[in-house]
Design a binder for this molecule. Structure first.
Ligand code: SF4
Ligand code: SF4
Length: 340
């Protein structure tokens, strides 16, 4: 990771993304750092673009970006696409977003618990993991009583040549930081090579409040003001439910980052849902955007899986209304009442 490559993000693209963040209406759809299901990505991007999403977080793969572009082409005329942005992620060494799983057939008792809980339909009826669908959420591992599900680490750093190939389609590159192992080295690499917006998806991991803030301050020192997004990551890949509890940690993390008063854009992720903005406002967190993954995918899953998804206009419209409601909920939180 030493050679300088100068990934030049077209400046107009960068400025459009900044405007979106400054308007505090930056909803980002997280397709999944490890989600290589091309059909799902294409459908999700088409649907959420139509519903008003302009920022998409994708697996760093040429094929995935091509599928995302196809989805965007379906929903949005070419002349308007400068307002839409793709982002890919790089992980630090232990980042959970770069896991996949495999099933040890000798230990598997065929109880089907993993199949039922998997949000990605990534486990076949023959108890084999469909790798391209697996996003490494480890929900299956938690329900397996027989320790039959093993974690497989992906390489969290796309190669220089892959980033070089992808960079012209990107407005943003994100570094997932969950510990200190190699965060500084990777951040330096991105700062030196990519001139678009950079994002730090910051999970608490084993950090104390002081450690989180000192790490952020150190990383931000290398950046011009307002060229960085800090994405406060609550509990990574814990989403799926639409309640306050799931999104609590993301809001707490955002509140901590906000207290440092840095010249950055602040967004929330990890367990985010339609309640995130309400809770954040209630806690006095002033954010620029919300990134939603599991919950955003879950609410349109039944539509995405339909064979007539591309041809049945009514189905597409219905699904995009559901997506639009979620996006809207992250812009204009209504007042919240808590009953005891
Ligand atoms: S939960 Fe474990 S034992 Fe049950 S089917 Fe899945 S891998 Fe096999
Ligand atoms: S539950 Fe999560 S980790 Fe397990 S197979 Fe499905 S997507 Fe992969």
């Amino acid at each position: 990771m030493n050679s300088r490559l100068d990934f030049i993000c077209p400046p107009p693209k960068q400025n459009v993304l900044k405007k979106l963040l400054e308007a505090k209406k930056c909803f980002k759809l997280i397709c999944g750092a490890g989600n290589e299901n091309l059909e799902e990505v294409e459908k999700l991007v088409a649907l959420y673009a139509k519903a008003g999403c302009r920022f998409f977080d994708l697996c760093a793969s040429e094929e995935v970006l091509k599928s995302a572009q196809k989805g965007l082409d379906f929903a949005i005329p070419k002349v308007e696409q400068k307002d839409y942005h793709f982002c890919v992620s790089i992980g630090t060494e232990n980042d959970p977003h770069f896991n996949k799983v495999t099933i040890n057939q000798k230990d598997c008792k065929r109880c089907e618990k993993c199949i039922k809980i998997c949000p990605q339909n990534a486990i076949s009826q023959y108890f084999k993991v469909i790798e391209k669908n697996c996003i490494g959420c480890l929900k299956c591992q938690k329900v397996c009583k027989h320790d039959a599900i093993l974690t497989v680490r992906l390489n969290p750093h796309p190669t220089n040549s892959l980033l070089f190939t992808l960079h012209s389609s990107l407005s943003c590159i994100e570094l997932h930081v969950c510990d200190k192992t190699d965060a500084d080295e990777k951040w330096d690499y991105l700062c030196e090579n990519f001139n678009g917006i950079l994002s730090i998806c910051l999970g608490r991991g084993k950090f104390s409040n002081e450690q989180v803030l000192s790490l952020v301050r150190r990383l931000i020192e290398k950046r011009e003001p307002y060229t960085t997004i800090i994405q406060a990551d609550g509990s990574p890949m814990s989403g799926g439910e639409d309640d306050f509890n799931t999104t609590l940690q993301a809001v707490a993390m955002a509140e901590l980052i906000q207290s440092a008063n840095l010249p950055v854009y602040l967004t929330l992720s990890g367990g985010t849902n339609s309640k995130t903005a309400q809770l954040a406002k209630l806690c006095g967190v002033d954010f620029h955007g919300v990134a939603v993954g599991s919950y955003a995918r879950k609410i349109v899953k039944e539509y995405i899986e339909r064979e007539d998804f591309w041809t049945n206009k009514a189905i597409f419209e219905d699904a995009s209304k559901i997506a639009a409601n979620l996006i809207q909920s992250t812009f204009t939180p209504t007042s919240i009442s808590i009953h005891h």
